[in-house]
Design a protein around this ligand. Sequence first.
Ligand SMILES: Nc1nc2c(ncn2[C@@H]2O[C@H](COP(=O)(O)OP(=O)(O)OP(=O)(O)O)[C@@H](O)[C@H]2O)c(=O)[nH]1
Ligand SMILES: [Mg+2]
Length: 364
Amino acid sequence: MAEERKKPIAIITIGMAGAGKSTFVQRINSYLHSQDPPKTPYILNLDPAVTHVPFEANIDIRDTVNYSEVMKQYNLGPNGGILTSLNLFTTKFDQVLELVDKRVDTVDYVILDTPGQIEIFTWSASGAIITDAVASSLSTVVAYIIDTPRTSAPATFMSNMLYACSILYKTKLPFILVFNKTDVQSHQFALDWMHDFEEFQAALAEHGGTRDAEGEPTYMNSLMHSMSLVLDEFYKHLTAVGVSSMSGDGIKEFFDAVEASRETYETDYLPELARARATREKKLQDAKDESMNKLLRDLTMDRAKNPGGALSDRWDPNAEEDDDDDNDDEDIIDRTEEAWPGQYIDVTRAQRHPEERINWPRPG
Ligand SMILES: Nc1nc2c(ncn2[C@@H]2O[C@H](COP(=O)(O)OP(=O)(O)OP(=O)(O)O)[C@@H](O)[C@H]2O)c(=O)[nH]1
Ligand SMILES: [Mg+2]
């Protein structure tokens, strides 16, 4: 019997402009199609400004929002235009999730390509909403694409790693560092630096002046030294693979890492998600309790101040029970469907059923 089909894994590709995100998505797309039996990806393009997408997207943000129109209409520059387009698209993201949901039994991977400007996705509300929405419905992994040849200077390498680090801590999702363009330069130097702190320090010393004219360590150097100590901890939490989106090298290793991420998602992310939800619900409950206590305190104070009023403020045990009123929850009034307070209703003519005859007493 065929083994039970697993739910798809969502891969969110993030990376600096030009790191090769779209080329990478195209490469993994063709890799999946070439498997035997072929694996089916479901691809989302979230870059509204791209003119040519090298893969066929199942859902394309450009079908929903017109980036250049948005720029014109809201008087925005290119980045504001991308951000606003993404915001507009996010308002409909529930529909995207529904569409994805319909495919969970036939699709193996859901792949998201994000806009070129990394901060638009990673530091915007819509990026966070999209990431959280995907991650709470599917096992999800972040593929952080790095332009390897452009990251070979120690200072650039570190700032790129710090950026990755900030995304890891923000999303708390399983994370794969994808050193792309290994056809141009091998990513071995990066692995060495990540595994051996001393080696990175040596590279730093060699690369820039570590001492200023007076022979003191430069500001930059001591900053980088302490930063690299932070990163040492960070490296323990992730997997690094080298790939070439041009030649296809390393793509299999990437998918091995993706499959392994399923476990991290279940052991680390899901409990974290449950914790975050519980905290949110507790906060809400606390706020409700607090306002209830406040109300009760106010009532007690009122009664103390006005004992006469308090005496008459009691239920009359002899009063007839009103059957309609034993429901504690007040119905919320929907103005579009029901009469609302302030709308004139001639209650003297209102009947609960056609036979009902009520003689309303005339005033006076
Ligand atoms: N040599 C080499 N070039 C690559 C590789 N991957 C991407 N490129 C090139 O890098 C450039 C940028 O690639 P894209 O895929 O557009 O990068 P992107 O991150 O999607 O770019 P934006 O979305 O515009 O930020 C293109 O010229 C690609 O041909 C690779 O593995 N090797
Ligand atoms: Mg792109």
